[in-house]
Design a binder for this molecule. Structure first.
Ligand SMILES: C[S@@+](CC[C@H](N)C(=O)[O-])C[C@H]1O[C@@H](n2cnc3c(N)ncnc32)[C@H](O)[C@@H]1O
Length: 326
């Protein structure tokens, strides 16, 4: 199964749990790391080269009877450092600027910096392999997201502290989906990927609004990459134009979908889309008809992070389209 716009990887996880061999892809690095943490880890990680080197007495080590818990505990107890996240995204770090940014408290920002640096050092020194590094980065992304002072996306921070943001950041182990199969994770443009690979089943869940994920989740991308980009504006957004999606443009989205569907080498194609999306239902049916007789199922859906009261005359629906290619 190919999940070419995998996002949080919850659907990729479901496919893995169902026993399929999964190829997950997203053009954002942080999404690809979330997918790697789900798909590339098939059994309890041993952290063979990291856990042995963690300082501490044998008694402390014995308290944690497996290496995954030991590594989590070690990282959770690291001292914070005044790194990039502290400098750009906590009010103390940005105090020198005209408008302090309030995405994380001082101590949580410093802990993100400390943990991210340790993971990078371990990876550089070969103490963890790339899959173990992805697992730890994904744990950090989930932990940071739990204490981020935002109302859903990183497009803006909340001016006052949300009580959630005042809690201490803590890494938690992610559940492991056991599997005997080798799953793949890629980070590239979905339209290019379909030119190169074939699938039995394709699951497509492209963005359906003009909101670019690269802009709305900029901070998670920075934590995942562990870089120090030139950030700008009130929100400290990183340059994200290289992740601009054609699916977020009213004129280009139908063209991009047509190209993808036309070149997809797959027996079954599923497309998840929304009745308020940039591509109309009629356009989608017409595009999918290029490959067979499309069917669709629909279900009522909660409005995307909006405070607008629901319009009962025009209920929002999520549609799942399906075409068996001929
Ligand atoms: C609607 S979300 C997918 C949600 C996902 N199914 C989940 O369960 O979390 C769309 C995703 O497509 C990604 N994306 C946008 N344009 C892309 C492109 N051209 N190629 C690959 N990924 C893209 C975005 O980064 C975003 O994560």
């Amino acid at each position: 199964v190919g999940d070419l716009f995998c996002g949080s990887a919850v659907v990729a996880r479901l496919f893995k749990e169902m026993g399929y061999r999964v190829i997950a892809n997203d053009n954002l690095w942080f999404c690809s790391r979330l997918a790697a943490s789900v798909l590339r880890i098939n059994r309890e990680p041993t952290f063979a080269h990291a856990s042995a080197l963690i300082p501490g007495t044998l008694i402390q080590k014995a308290l944690f009877d497996n290496p995954y818990d030991l590594v989590m505990e070690f990282l959770n107890n690291l001292p914070g450092i005044e790194g990039f996240i502290f400098r750009e995204y906590s009010p103390d770090g940005t105090n020198g600027g005209a408008a302090p940014r309030r995405y994380f408290t001082r101590s949580n920002a410093m802990r993100i910096d400390g943990i991210r640096k340790e993971i990078a050092n371990w990876a550089k020194e070969g103490r963890i392999d790339s899959d173990e590094a992805s697992l730890l980065v994904a744990c950090l992304l989930h932990a940071a997201n739990r204490v981020a002072n935002i109302a859903g996306t990183y497009g803006a921070f909340i001016k006052r502290w949300d009580p959630r943001a005042l809690r201490d950041l803590r890494l938690k182990r992610l559940p492991i989906v056991e599997s005997e199969l080798e799953h793949e994770v890629l980070c590239m443009d979905a339209n290019q990927l379909v030119q190169q690979r074939s699938f039995d089943i394709l699951y497509l869940d492209p963005p359906y609004t003009w909101r670019h994920y690269g802009a709305y989740y900029h901070l998670l991308e920075t934590i995942a990459l562990g870089d120090e980009p030139q950030v700008a504006g009130k929100t400290g957004i990183r340059p994200w134009e290289q992740n601009k999606s054609r699916y977020c443009s009213r004129t280009d989205a139908p063209v991009a979908l047509r190209e993808l569907i036309a070149s997809a080498n797959s027996s079954h194609i599923f497309l998840s889309y929304n009745t308020e999306g940039l591509i109309s239902h009629d356009q989608i049916m017409e595009i999918l008809s290029l490959r067979g007789h499309p069917l669709y199922y629909e279900t009522a859906y909660r409005r995307y992070r909006s405070n607008k009261p629901p319009d009962h005359n025009k209920p929002l629906k999520e549609r799942l389209y399906y075409v068996k290619t001929s």
